[in-house]
Ligand binder design. Structure first.
Ligand SMILES: *Cc1c(COP(=O)(O)O)cnc(C)c1O
Length: 391
């Protein structure tokens, strides 16, 4: 079993005495020891097994094993949300006095973590432009312990050069931590480029159906050991019920993602010539400023398209108010097509200047292309942009 698509389907924890074909949900908080000596040996980690579901659980382990196979990671830990994964991946490894170099274009809550919370515990950070390799290198100080990057970025779809960052991290003996949420391991495997840690919001493409929140931290076994101990003691663990849903979702990820990418590509192409749009950004289109870099490290452009409507915030609001099928909601990676206005929602807490620095213009609309018939998606978006034009 060596292809990752097959591993996402066939990786399975041991069956029970019932020989079930698909894995049950082990909804149990704890596991029974054979005797006092077994209890001692389990806590001493002299024997393998499950003790308590905040530590490990068979259903959760199956999800983690599948994610490890897909990302090429040695170890992993599943968390309740994507933010818990990002938080755990930092707090499990860094301490007061440590410094992070991060791409400016990070998820809104990651930005809050870096600027509002981590400084309270003495962990500081410096932002750099994601695409400027010289800035990454120049920002490293003797106390820098981690490079933190999200590529493609949300919602600007800017690309970090993963080979460069992998080498930079190796040269300085620091940790490269990649939020691979937008690409998923099927489009891009940061560990192949030298990343030590990869996080996901499994809420997005991995669930892919807008039903559950989840996250996962993957990577090098030694680093994951520290992260595991931090998480096991502080409690952001994933529920076995969520793990069961996500493990099932992984079995269809390759099929879903192929369609999401094909449709997103067609949406980007169809909207590219629309006179009412200032620009259409999609990593899979040659018009993307980093097209060749994107295609050298990603196998497809992903499921997100960003459009910039001429006429700013008012025009963007008009387009959003004119969609008939697409949902107006803040999530991404769903079967249903979603439109979001980042400037007034996900990134509303940033200053106008900070938004513009990461390409979030007032007219920017983020489209998460769903699995509906692509003709319906294109018709809906086109009629919405046309309707706004007549205002
Ligand atoms: C949604 C998202 C997160 C946070 O994940 P949650 O599951 O909502 O906590 C982190 N990074 C990126 C890129 C995201 O899109």
């Amino acid at each position: 079993m060596n292809t990752t698509d097959t591993m996402a389907i066939r990786t399975q924890t041991d069956t029970t005495q019932y020989n079930e074909h698909s894995t049950p949900i082990f909804l149990t908080s704890s596991f029974v020891f054979d005797d006092a000596e077994h209890m001692r040996a389990m806590f001493a980690e002299e024997v393998d097994g499950n003790i308590y579901s905040r530590f490990t659980n068979p259903t959760t382990s199956e999800f983690v094993q599948k994610m490890c196979a897909l990302e090429g990671a040695e170890a992993g830990y599943a968390t309740a949300t994507g933010m818990a994964a990002i938080f755990g991946s930092i707090m499990g490894l860094l301490q007061s006095g440590d410094h992070i170099v991060a791409s400016r274009a990070v998820f809104g809550s990651t930005h809050a973590l870096l600027t509002q919370y981590l400084p309270k515990w003495g962990i500081t950070s410096t932002y750099v432009d994601i695409a400027d390799n010289d800035q990454w290198a120049a920002a490293i100080t003797p106390s820098t312990k981690m490079l933190l990057v999200e590529t493609p970025s949300n919602p600007g779809l800017d690309i970090a050069d993963l080979s460069f960052l992998g080498k930079l991290a190796a040269d300085h003996n620091i940790i490269l931590n990649v939020d691979n949420c937008f690409a998923t391991p099927l489009l891009q495997r940061p560990i192949d480029y030298g990343a030590h840690i990869v996080t996901h919001s499994a809420t997005k493409w991995i669930d892919g159906q807008g039903r559950v929140l989840g996250g996962v931290i993957l990577g090098n076994a030694d680093l994951l050991r520290s992260i595991y101990l931090f998480c096991r003691n502080t409690g952001p663990s994933m529920s076995p019920f969520t793990a069961w849903i996500l493990s099932k979702s992984l079995e269809t990820l390759h099929v879903r993602l192929e369609r999401h990418c094909q449709s997103a590509h067609r949406v980007a192409e169809a909207l590219s010539s629309h006179p009412r749009l200032q620009s259409v950004r999609y990593p899979g289109l040659p018009s993307h400023p980093q097209y060749s870099l994107a295609m050298s490290q990603m196998s497809a452009g992903g499921g997100i398209v960003a459009i910039d409507v001429k006429g700013g915030a008012a025009a963007a609001a008009c387009v959003i108010d004119s969609v008939r099928m697409a949902s107006i909601t803040a999530n991404i990676g769903d079967t249903r097509t979603i439109v979001t206005h980042p400037a007034t929602s996900t990134h509303s807490k940033l200053t106008e200047e900070a938004r513009l620095a990461v390409g979030i213009t007032p007219g920017l609309i983020r489209i998460s292309v769903g699995l509906e018939d692509v003709r319906d998606i294109i018709n809906d978006l086109t009629q919405a942009i046309d309707a706004a034009e007549q205002q």
